[in-house]
Design a protein around this ligand. Sequence first.
Ligand code: F0G
Length: 490
Amino acid sequence: MQHKNGNSRSRRSWAEPYKIKMVEPIKLTTREQREKAIAAAGYNTFLLRSDDVYIDLLTDSGTNAMSDNQWAGMLLGDESYAGSRNFDHLQDAITKYYGYKHTIPTHQGRGAEHILSMLTIRDGDSIPGNMYFTTTRMHQELAGGHFVDVIIDEAHTPSSQHPFKGNIDLDKLQSVIDEVGVVHIPYLCMHATVNMAGGQPISMANMRAASKLCHDQNIPVYLDATRAVENAYFIKTREEGFENTSIADILKEMCSYSDGCTMSGKKDCLVNIGGFLALNDDELADRARNECVIYEGLHTYGGMAGRDMEAMARGIEESVSYDHLHARIGQVVYLGEQLLAAGVPIVEPIGGHGVFVDARRFLPHLTQEQFPAQALAAALYVDSGVRGMERGAVSAGRDPDTGENRKSRLELVRLTLPRRVYTQAHMDVTAESVIDLFEKRDRIRGLAFSYEPDHLRFFRARFNPIGGKQILDDSPFSTQSKSLSDTAKI
Ligand code: F0G
């Protein structure tokens, strides 16, 4: 019998399918040290020094622990400028597990997004997709296009229990096509899983239907396959008819509904750096290789060392193991269920790569203009040294045409789990801190910008607490003003 999150309802405990061979010490800090560190970082967890962080749940990107098999592969790096044998291994693994014909290696995911956007998007084009991702949309905009969200409405409601909140709303998709015309749609951008919605999966049935809808009208489909393996696990455990299909076969079928993919290898591929663009079309692949040579490196390394490509080839093989995914996503569920049991509002169902705390419901005394998710991430760091990330109004940024802040319906703090890095005990410590904070949530202040960068502002923005010196006060303060004019009083 399957649990709703895919774990079998067995009375026995389960454990990670590996043992630890090397350890990296982490530092415990005092509250006073953390208050200083977060102030110096402008209340932006991206600007903290990692030495000042106790449990780092900022991202699952490039933070994976590699296996002994991958490290062994690192010593077999063929560091030739051209024609490295490790590239052949990588290309073989991609064709075997993802099924695409051509591989263009890139330094990381956004390198692949850059090349795909430059080659396919013309000025004024619209790119429909199941929710934006920050770097993906940025490259689409830089190429002259604009992103149109066609994800189902449930994705914007943290409490909705829909099992596939990453699904594409086919009516919304057809409406965009009717509105702007097929010639102005370079491709459908299909994410699996959907990061900004909380690591929510897309179902196989939906991928198949969206792909048919597009292909019938000669619109290509490109998959953001960054966490497609995790998506495959959700299909296996939630979608009827896939219980007995292997992760590898599910992944291959998912990819078969697209004409290629962009990939940040720093997630599912279990490495610390690297990515690729995979394509089926010979001519487009040829043009992509030309761009790769200009922006990334020769088309047989694309910004990666030979050893990096070897580690990725081996990581891809390891990533499709059911036991690996069961423990990886099981750990996310373990953390999420502790928070749910304590009444902490999180995105449900619990996603694939992290637990997303709903800062709107956590901090109802703050307006969205006071950046509740940014404030909560800063307060969590002060409380325990756990580092999470804002995924809300700050990440959404400004509309490039109007300059207005984009409205973000989701206002989340992402507690992202690196793969194979932390133990369940780290999850217990994290849960305790979030639950403690929830009990004293009225002591968390809102934030206002003190510096706002032009692009991808969440990475480098700086803030000040509104109406007091500390982000987290020792005693409750009286009601915070909800007016925007307060921002000016800092
Ligand atoms: N697509 C998705 C869905 C991502 O989550 C990311 C990165 C990228 C593309 C870009 O890949 O970083 O290798 O250039 N996400 C990271 C994160 C940054 O923390 O979620 P990249």
